[in-house]
Design a protein around this ligand. Structure first.
Ligand code: SAH
Length: 274
């Protein structure tokens, strides 16, 4: 996701994003899950837990990667590694996860070791908009709720570059509400930027990729906010005791770093390198 440091359209401030996850990450782990992404519920009567709903969303993306043993998958913006390890376990592919948070690299690496998958899954510090990989290094790329922190055209060009011909890109993005309350020009110091659903075909085309699927899943991810608030309220005391910092402080900092809009949606985009 694009982070504006001062002026709209400025370079992503990766340090600021890393700080953002540094303080919010431990709270997310307690109040939400080790999956740092939306949950996916089948419908209003679906009583799935946060863990089930976030893993279900991962599984929907894994199906779309269409990889198997011997394939190499890149996870751009890997969080603390839960989705990458799930990709590896369910497909047999090897996975490299990148993030601009050093503590996430450490946590992901420890998780891979704990699951006995250090040979199959690795994590490293790298920027999705300037990746240290040769052209055509990966058979598929997952970018799960992370491109919203990056300059999208730059990140997509890099993803297209490191994919093999015929390789697949599967991503999710956060979308603004359709009511036009989001005004990107007024957002000057945020760690996430939003583009509209309708902008995605052009973004994919401009990166030299072919669009395979663009799906609005907002109806399925809508339960996320209420459940996250519930989670924060119920872990408040434990969090404050464990971290010596108030939940309010973490939330205030997060709020300051997020766009001033409520009712965000979510999309799945799948593309292929010709
Ligand atoms: N995909 C993970 C994490 C989503 S949170 C999950 O579903 O659990 C967003 C992630 O993007 C964080 O790990 C953050 O560090 C990473 N990120 C943000 N900007 C990045 C950039 N420029 N390059 C690489 N990773 C980035």
């Amino acid at each position: 996701m694009t982070s504006h440091s001062g002026a709209p359209g400025a370079e992503p401030a990766t340090g600021q994003i890393s700080d953002y996850y540094g303080s919010l990450g431990p709270l997310l782990q307690m109040a939400w899950d080790d999956n740092f992404h939306f949950g996916y519920w089948e419908g209003p009567s679906d009583a799935s837990s946060v863990q089930e709903a976030t893993d279900r969303f991962t599984d929907l993306l894994i199906e779309r990667l269409r990889v198997g043993p011997g394939d190499r998958v890149l996870d751009v913006g890997c969080g603390i590694g839960k989705p990458a390890l799930r990709v590896a376990a369910s497909t047999g592919a090897s996975v490299v996860g990148i993030t601009i948070s050093r503590s996430q690299v450490e946590q992901g690496t420890a998780r891979a070791a704990a699951e006995g998958r250090s040979d199959q899954v690795a994590f490293q510090f790298a920027d999705g908009t300037a990746m240290p990989f040769a052209d055509g290094s990966f058979d598929a790329i997952l970018a799960f709720e992370s491109i919203n922190h990056m300059d999208r055209p730059k990140a997509l060009a890099e993803m297209a570059r490191v994919l093999v011909p015929g390789g697949r890109l599967v991503l999710t993005d956060v979308t603004p509400p359709p009511d036009h309350t989001y005004r990107p020009d007024e957002e000057t110091d945020v760690v996430t930027s939003l583009v509209r659903f309708e902008d995605w075909p052009g973004l994919i085309r401009d990166a030299g990729l072919r669009l395979d699927e663009l799906t609005d899943v907002t109806e399925h991810t809508r339960g996320t906010v209420d459940r996250l608030v519930d989670g924060i309220l119920s872990c408040r005391r434990d969090f404050e005791a464990a971290h010596g910092i108030s939940v309010q402080q973490v939330l205030d900092a997060a709020k300051e770093a997020l766009p001033t809009v409520s009712g965000v949606g979510c999309l799945i985009c799948v593309a292929q390198k010709p």
